[in-house]
Design a protein around this ligand. Structure first.
Ligand SMILES: [Zn+2]
Length: 859
């Protein structure tokens, strides 16, 4: 029984047999709050007369199936999300009438009611396999076709899809719709695209329109959001970034923008950052800023905008044949958007952000037992769904960055151009890209691809220096690999020499070389005076963990703020974080280092990541015996730095948030309440709605905000965001009853939308006293398999990740998790993977705790 799965073998067999031509999809969105009517007409060819195949459909009910003029009984042919098709002819027409269900999980056609004004908003999210929740479809990326949507909806709505929105025509008002004028939108057929990038967005969205001049002519641009958010939409910033991206990509790819228009819609209750639907990009609504956000978030939004735009070429115009190359799709968009951001926007430090957040994500994921080669073996849809991870996005992009260094930027760009020219509107595999790059670079990429893409794990590079009288007598780079992933790889990288001059660490030499094998000599260093600091992987070309020699580490720790550029500073801090995670630096020391590093940090993302790592170290990596002292030090340090931060600055915003998250002393709580109520304001800091929630949630998690106060705030902030933030604050209260309430609502009932479930999980896991979560350890282990099997993928994952009592971080948690794994060898792979990642996290925490020797607390 396939359930809702589909294997790669089935997909291969199907595309060998079937060639899809066109879809006409008629949708009626006026059937009430639960369901919609969907009629699909598909024209397709079959290579073998009389052959059998199937089409995918997930629906509430199927009214009729007509194949080549013959009515089939839906009860006979529709089983398990598939409609069986037999006796196919060379040319076929299939017509399926069905009733589909609106989702509240962010998968398929999602329906949302705005608490602010009661308006209904719909959007689709189809990747990986959910277009079949809206219409009957051969759901696999290499069966491209044209899609013509026809939509009946309330006349006052915006209806947005892949093609330009046509003028609506009046539709006969059915009796079922009371007092609502109804209209019909008949969209023109799309070019030949994959079903997972088709889209429909509908509702009374507000819009800002613009145009951009491109090589394909004038392309209309639209930026949409819910009405109640319109006042916060900074469309100018979004459009400026979008236009910069159009110019950059058309030039780099030497191929005109492939679609007729480009709309970007901010959608509610969205599971991910954004989705590259052809000409109809959906973006998580938190990127419409109703309150002040940190610059790092604005930067992240710009990157997301550019990421989706890059997909219009790489992904939408040229598409992976099967999900094996999902990594290439995502990694390319990550890499291209970062290049674009660094070279064509004001975010010139984009590579520092990449090193700080993207690579840290990759290194973390690559050291879990679940890691996998970048080029993954996606045997079925179930394995694809759990693979939107740090390998697929972040490691892949890091490896592409390394590949660009390896073949040279010019050869890379010419290879890309040839690739787009040759494969436009088609489907490809990795080999198609490598072939072009080999031609333009003259390098044989077979071995490179095998070592980098077909094996997992991260190498560590350590300087081995012999220094005598201040001079380097010999210099080598040692490469190691973890026992379970023993591959050593070729690395193109730079070594930087930094010397202290007038209090600044200036780079006095840069040596670029190929590192390969266990030991690589750096002859250029021999005979040189030992610099104050020697930095491996300077400029962050390589994908590898780096270590510092003792002398350089001492310089770095003493001179945290002395780097002129943010990138080497980020690399140095990243190395310290890796050492802490690898139990080579006591976590208490790391906390103190991070607290000092915060002071004066001007790079917004670096600051944001430091704050997250600081908190993670203090909660999980510091030895139990040190935890009280270290926590107090952290809270005091955050308070001092927050209150000393420049009034109104980005740093102030972030630091106050972090302080509110750490505050437990009555002194701190009183001060924060003073800030919330305006009795003791923090100079220059606006207490806007989201800052109110930050403070209230901080107070709530320390037991200093009551349920009544949270409910009052929610009533005042009667919005989708308010609902989510209230759920989080309520779940953060440090009482057994509050944790129980969150558990019951999210885990044991199945009614809450995805966004609320996610917020609750965040609040649930946020504890100063981990013992609050102890009772949920056995309950989690008992419930998780059933949850996984009974919920949609998005919700199952949110629960399995968010309600795991990770904060316990002790031996009991490790044992219980390992026992579950031992006793559930046949659980679904995705779930086993999630649980084994939890196990790895606890094991690492215990190791770090073991290395955190008790020591005096003096700073
Ligand atoms: Zn993407």
């Amino acid at each position: 029984m396939p359930g809702t799965n589909l294997t790669r073998e089935e997909a291969r067999a199907r595309s060998a047999l079937i060639t899809t031509r066109s879809y006409a999809v008629e949708l009626d969105l006026t059937c009430g709050p639960e369901t919609f009517a969907s009629t699909t007409t598909v024209a397709f060819d079959c290579a073998r007369d009389g052959a059998d195949s199937f089409i995918d459909l997930v629906a509430t009910s199927v009214q009729s199936v007509e194949l080549n003029g013959v009515q089939l009984d839906p009860a006979d042919v529709w089983v398990d999300s598939r409609i069986a098709l037999s006796g196919l002819q060379q040319e076929n027409v299939l017509r399926v009438a069905a009733t589909g269900a609106y989702m509240n999980t962010g998968e398929g056609l999602h329906r949302f009611v705005d608490p602010a004004d009661g308006e209904v908003y719909l959007y689709t999210q189809f990747e990986v396999p959910d277009s079949r929740r809206m219409y009957a479809v051969f759901e696999q990326p290499d069966l491209k076709a044209t899609f013509a949507f026809s939509v009946i909806a309330p006349a006052h709505w915006q209806v947005i899809s892949n093609q330009p929105t046509p003028a609506p025509v009046p539709a006969p008002t059915a009796a079922r719709v009371e007092d609502v004028e109804v209209a019909r939108w008949d969209f023109e057929a799309t070019p030949r695209i994959s079903s997972y990038i088709t889209a429909l967005v509908a509702g009374p969205y507000d819009v800002v329109r613009e145009e951009v001049i491109t090589r394909a002519g004038t392309i209309p641009l639209g930026v949409f959001c819910r009405r109640s958010l319109r006042q916060y939409l900074d469309a100018e910033n979004i459009l400026a970034c979008t236009k910069a991206g159009f110019a950059f990509y058309e030039r780099e790819f030497d191929h005109p923008f492939p679609f007729a228009k480009y709309d970007q819609i901010f959608t509610p209750e969205y599971n991910m950052g954004a989705m590259e639907n052809a000409g109809c990009v959906t973006i998580v609504e938190q990127y419409v800023f109703r309150s002040k956000v940190s610059d790092s978030i604005v930067e992240r939004r710009a990157l997301t905008i550019l990421h989706e735009l890059a997909h219009m070429w790489f992904g939408d115009l040229v598409t992976m044949q099967w999900w094996d190359d999902l990594w290439l799709n995502e990694s390319f968009a990550e890499w291209a958007s970062t290049v674009c951001q660094a070279e064509a926007t004001d975010w010139t430090q984009a590579w520092t952000t990449f090193a700080t957040s993207e690579k840290a994500w990759a290194y973390r994921q690559d050291q879990l037992s679940s890691t996998h080669p970048v080029a993954a073996d996606m045997v079925d849809l179930a394995s694809v769904e759990v693979n939107f991870d740090g390998i697929t996005y972040a490691k892949g992009a890091s490896v592409l960055k390394q590949l660009v260094a390896y073949v040279g930027r010019e050869a890379f760009t010419s290879g890309l151009r040839a690739y787009f020219a040759r494969h436009a509107w088609g489907n490809t595999t990795l080999d198609d890209l490598l072939t072009e790059l080999e031609t333009t670079s003259g390098r044989d990429l077979g071995e490179w691809s095998r070592l980098w893409l077909e094996t997992a794990g991260v190498n560590t590079l350590t300087p081995r220096l012999e220094v005598n009288d201040g001079f380097i007598r010999s210099a080598h780079i040692e490469q190691t690999a973890p026992a379970q992933w023993p591959t050593l790889r070729p690395h193109r990288l730079a070594v930087g020499c930094y010397d202290l001059q007038h209090g600044r660490l200036r780079r006095t030499a840069r040596i670029e070389l190929d590192v390969d094998g266990e030991l690589t000599e750096v002859p250029e260093l021999r005979g040189r005076a030992m610099p104050d600091l020697l930095l491996l992987n300077d400029d962050d070309l390589a994908y590898a963990k780096i270590r510092l020699d003792e002398h350089s580490l001492a310089t770095a720790l003493a001179q945290l703020r002395a780097f002129e550029d943010s990138l080497p500073r980020a690399l140095m801090l990243g190395a310290a974080w890796d050492m802490t995670r690898d139990a080579q630096m006591p976590a208490s020391d790391y906390v103190r280092l991070a607290l000092r590093a915060l002071e004066g940090e001007s790079d917004s993302t670096l600051l944001r990541v430091l704050l997250m790592q600081l908190s993670a170290a203090a909660r999980s990596y510091v030895a139990k015996a040190n935890r009280g002292t270290v926590h107090a030090e952290m809270a005091a340090g955050l308070r001092a730095t927050a209150l000393a931060a420049e009034p109104g600055s980005d740093a102030q915003l972030q630091l106050v948030g972090a302080w509110a998250g750490a505050a437990t002393s009555s002194d701190d709580l009183e001060r924060l309440r003073g800030a919330l109520e305006g009795t003791v304001p923090i100079e220059g800091m606006a207490v806007d709605q989201d800052m109110r929630w930050t403070l209230i949630t901080g107070l709530a998690s320390a037991g200093a905000a009551s349920e009544e106060e949270i409910q009052r705030e929610r009533a005042k902030d009667n919005t989708a965001a308010g609902r989510e933030k209230a759920a989080r604050a309520l779940a953060a209260r440090p009482t057994p009853a509050a944790k129980e309430e969150a558990w019951l609502a999210a885990v044991e009932q199945d009614t809450l939308p995805n966004a609320v479930v996610n917020s609750m999980a965040l609040g649930f896991g946020r504890v100063h006293d981990p013992e609050l979560l102890r009772p949920f350890l056995p309950r989690y282990m008992d419930a998780v398999e059933h949850l996984w099997n009974s919920r949609t993928h998005a919700i199952a994952e949110a629960l399995a990740v968010g309600f795991y009592p990770a904060a316990l971080a002790d031996h009991e948690l490790l044992e219980a998790t390992q026992t579950w794994l031992d006793e559930h060898p046949d659980s679904p792979n995705g779930l086993r993977r999630t649980v084994s990642e939890h196990r790895d996290g606890v094991a690492r925490a215990l190791q770090a705790q073991g290395a955190d020797r008790p020591r005096p607390t003096a700073r």
